[in-house]
Ligand binder design. Structure first.
Ligand SMILES: *[C@@H]1O[C@H](CO)[C@@H](O)[C@H](O)[C@H]1NC(C)=O
Length: 333
């Protein structure tokens, strides 16, 4: 059975407009990185992503697509895929040729790098928007609004001339428009559905504490590590009781190799004030049962009980026995 797009949206967003009903990526995009070393040497790298999860690679030597997940093809037929792969082969070839041909006219000095990103995303209300942007040497160069090339202010006059030039490639513009406005939305819905089990899974974080390099004399750097969770949204706070500590700093969210994430939250405190602090981790997989780790309290209440109460009881018992024995000796007539 083929689902209509709105039925598919209902599958992907079971809670309607409730925000936390859908956890996982909502966009698909292709990234192109083209490095031009000199007038005869260039390399194109391509990849396909759902938000920040890579699902496609591109082998530029053989000109073939690499599907990194069993469901990376989404709902595309083998013929469609073969056509697309051929299209990208031609595109990379012509792109390299055209850029090298225009390099001196545009005063592009070797070596330089061109980056491109193009794709589509689910927007609130269920619509799907498309985007295409290009950068030169790490600076915005141009973007496409509807089907018009818009030069980026950072690109200066070069970017304006380039946009005017690009608009003359009528067939290329037509193909790009078809890919972005028709094919991408259809593929996005298909691949989100095909990969649903993996994309919408919940993986619980592990958390542990350590101390970092001392920030100064008499100060401690408390580090709370949180790793292995999916999806990405997570909240990690240093607390004193119910009071969030405002000085908490967060590292970037770093990817683990297995599509889970790592985050570190640090707090710089006076050594005497570390006791009583705790790290609190909130994540959708924990279903409201936050992980709470206490600083400097490796001994649990149970161990304290064993360590203090039990020896005291034994001592009391010995004293009592000793006292009773003494009394019983004394009572012997
Ligand atoms: C062009 O760059 C490539 C890669 O850096 C290098 O191997 C090659 O020798 C260069 N060719 C010329 C003509 O400079």
């Amino acid at each position: 059975m083929e689902l209509l797009p709105f039925q598919l949206l209902a599958v992907l967003f079971p809670g309607g407009d409730s925000e936390d009903a859908f956890q996982g990526p909502t966009s698909f995009h292709l990234i192109q990185i083209s490095s031009f070393a000199n007038s005869t040497w260039a390399r194109n790298q391509g990849s396909g992503w759902l938000d920040d999860l890579q699902i496609h690679g591109w082998d530029s030597d053989s000109g073939t697509a690499i599907f990194l997940k069993p469901w990376s093809k989404g709902n595309m037929s083998d013929e469609e895929l073969a056509e697309l792969v051929e299209l990208f082969q031609v595109y990379f070839f012509l792109f390299t040729q055209e850029i090298q041909g225009y390099a001196s006219e545009f005063q592009l000095e070797y070596p330089f790098e061109i980056q491109g990103i193009a794709g589509c995303e689910l927007r609130s209300g269920g619509s799907i928007g498309s985007f295409l942007k290009g950068a030169l040497g790490g600076l915005d160069f141009l973007s496409f609004e509807n089907d018009t090339c818009v030069p980026a202010p950072e690109g200066g006059i070069r970017s304006r001339i380039f946009c005017a030039l690009i608009m003359q490639y009528k067939i290329a513009i037509y193909i790009v428009k078809k890919l972005l406005l028709e094919m991408c939305p259809r593929y996005l819905l298909g691949v989100l559905d095909a990969g649903k089990a993996e994309l919408q899974r919940q993986v619980k974080p592990e958390a542990w504490l350590s101390s970092g390099p001392s920030p100064g004399p008499g100060r401690l750097l408390l580090v709370c590590h949180v790793s292995g969770f999916y999806p990405k949204p997570v909240r990690v706070r240093w607390m004193r009781g119910e009071q969030e500590q405002p000085g908490t700093r967060h590292s970037d969210l770093l990817p683990n190799a297995d599509w889970t994430w790592y985050l570190r939250a640090t707090l710089d405190v006076a050594a005497g004030e570390a006791a009583g602090l705790s790290c609190r981790v909130t994540h959708s997989s924990l279903e409201g049962q936050d992980i709470i780790l206490h600083w400097g309290q490796p001994i649990s209440i149970g161990l304290i009980f064993l360590a203090i109460i039990v020896p005291s009881l034994i001592l009391l018992l010995c004293l009592a026995l000793w006292y009773m024995r003494r009394r019983s000796y004394r009572d012997i007539p």
